[in-house]
Design a protein around this ligand. Structure first.
Ligand code: NAD
Ligand code: TYD
Length: 348
């Protein structure tokens, strides 16, 4: 049985990846390792937590002794590494936490993987999930390619860039078989309501202001999280080792236009008068070091592996809003902090 360690599986993207792998590959043993920081929520995985091929491990990737012990105990064949501190605004107020988890944590995983498999890499892979933010900011034109130089601007993107460099260095130096993917902004159900889309859905539901940073003319390339999980599945199984693949939605939106679309869809779904949610838009002080524009050229993964996004933005956004509206208890659990008791009830 192939034993796969997925880190950060209680988080937003990780939970979608864990669910996909547990359901699609009953002959794999999936180990979900997560520290359950504020961003980890095991309620995201209630539907698969009793599956025989699923094991949850609570642990911190920066805890060398613990990581060493689980590599010895389970001898994982592969790693899909998603655990990270992931929010740019938090990285501005607490950059050290990002260096610790994203850089040191990644190195501890790399070291353990190397020690376990260095005499026989055959069939093994260390798949590192990264972000397009490592490339820095685009101007009005151009796209990030796999060959674009790294130029990170926030402590978050600097820590992810550093972790990418270490992964590549382990490949060059020790032959460790890695793959890296750099993906654009994800959205979908079960995203922690600190990122733009779920925060604004929550605020519209509660008639709270929608804080748009600066003039709102910043651009992001949005991808539905299910399409990202499918790309990860494809790259893990068919991607070439020692390669990087960019993943994106071919879907650029200026923040202000996205927010207006979100407001329009929510007015309709909530039976509110046209334009009422837009009135909540409030322009606030800009984020320091705010990157103007991200946009991905995903032609390599498209041409080599046949991947392309399947869900249009209007459809994905509508489904996302529907999910938050019908799962207000999930949002309430998050905003009250009650979700953190779930682990205690279930696993202790
Ligand atoms: P998230 O913040 O929702 O989840 C992160 C998960 O990692 C949480 O479950 C958290 O408990 C866990 N974690 C944090 N620190 C840990 C530690 N020290 N040890 C063990 N577990 C720890 O993040 P996400 O949005 O799901 O992102 C997952 C990965 O994808 C990250 O590596 C991120 O950089 C990358 N990524 C995210 C996006 C995006 O738009 N969200 C886009 C591209 C790439
Ligand atoms: P975010 O979801 O934090 O993702 P990232 O910074 O990783 O791209 O933010 C997406 C965009 O939305 C980004 O340009 C910052 C902006 N933004 C706001 O204008 N207001 C907000 O409250 C947040 C959280 C983000």
């Amino acid at each position: 049985m192939r034993k796969i360690l997925i880190t950060g599986g209680a988080g937003f993207i990780g939970s979608h990846v864990v669910r996909l792998f547990v359901n699609k590959y009953p002959n794999y043993q999936i180990f979900n390792l997560d520290a359950l920081t504020y961003a980890g929520n095991l309620e995201n995985l209630i539907d698969i937590e009793s599956n025989e091929n699923y094991t949850f491990l609570r642990g911190d990737i920066t805890d060398e002794v613990y990581i060493n012990s689980i590599f010895k105990k389970y001898c994982f064949d592969d790693v899909i590494h998603l655990a990270a501190e992931s929010h740019v605004d938090r990285s501005i107020s607490d950059p050290l936490a990002f260096a610790k988890t994203n850089v040191l944590g990644t190195m501890i995983l790399l070291n353990n993987f190397k020690e376990l498999h260095k005499n026989n890499w055959k069939g093994k892979r260390f798949y590192h999930i990264s972000t397009d933010e490592v490339y820095g900011s685009l101007g009005e034109n151009g796209l990030f390619k796999e060959t674009t130089s790294y130029d990170p601007n926030s402590p978050y993107s600097a820590s992810k860039a550093s972790s990418d460099h270490f992964v590549r260095a382990y490949g060059e130096t020790y032959g460790l078989p890695f793959i890296i993917t750099n993906c654009s902004n994800n959205y979908g159900k079960q995203q922690f309501p600190e990122k733009l889309i779920p925060l604004f859905i929550n605020n519209v539901l509660n008639n709270k202001p929608l804080p748009v940073y600066g003039d709102g003319n910043y651009t992001r390339d949005w991808l539905y999280v299910i399409d990202h999980a499918k790309a990860i599945d494809m790259v893990f199984h068919r991607g070439n080792i020692y390669q990087t693949y960019n993943i994106g939605g071919f879907n650029e939106w200026k923040n202000i236009d996205l927010v207006k679309l979100l407001c329009k869809q929510m007015d309709k779904k909530l039976g509110r008068s046209v334009g009422s949610s837009e009135k909540l838009i409030t322009f606030v002080k800009d984020r320091p070091g705010h990157d103007l524009r991200y946009a991905i050229d995903a032609s390599k993964i498209n041409q080599e592996l046949g991947w392309s996004p399947t869900v249009t933005f209007e459809q994905g956004l509508s489904e996302t809003i529907d999910w938050y509206i019908s799962n207000e208890h999930w949002l309430k659990n998050i905003t009250s902090g009650n979700y953190q008791n779930y682990y205690m009830k279930k696993y202790k």
